[in-house]
Design a protein around this ligand. Sequence first.
Ligand SMILES: Cc1ncc(COP(=O)(O)O)c(C=O)c1O
Length: 176
Amino acid sequence: MPNKIAFNDNYPNISQSDEWYMRALKVQKPVTQTLAKGPGQFSKGVSPKYLVKGKGSHVWDVDGNEYIDFNAAIGPLSLGYAYPAVDNAIKAQLEDGISFSLMHPFEVELAELIQQVIPNAEAVKIAKTGADVCSAAVRVARAFTGRNKIFCCGYHGWHDWYIGITSRYTGHDLHL
Ligand SMILES: Cc1ncc(COP(=O)(O)O)c(C=O)c1O
């Protein structure tokens, strides 16, 4: 008997996802700065567009569908969503404030911890976004080598050194 291959037509209902997307299209251009999260990366008409909850390796979309998140929040979520130790530490810190006008000792502790895990990291720089760290790495490399050209592939954020070579280049610094 020959093998039979058929597409799964038991797709989830994503009507709420689509409604949020229609609202977003009117006020956000593009709807997300992080391309990897955008609807253009996933199967149109089938994949959810908005997630509202995560627990462990599972996530739930705005329509209530449950999925395994193989993307792991595009990489960083190695402990899973709502990991108790992480969440409890965040909740405890909320009581004391989370953004200050001066440095916080946690920055030193984090840098020391990272250096223990990565012994050849001569120094640790803390930043908030992927685009920031990529731009910092490019700037350090240019300063150290005295060279200008950067070889890159994939997505690296919206800063001029990178976005200037993509189809979203309008407005980038032409002198780079
Ligand atoms: C390889 C890479 N570099 C940079 C970025 C930009 O990160 P962010 O959106 O945090 O600025 C991303 C985001 O997906 C990325 O995957």
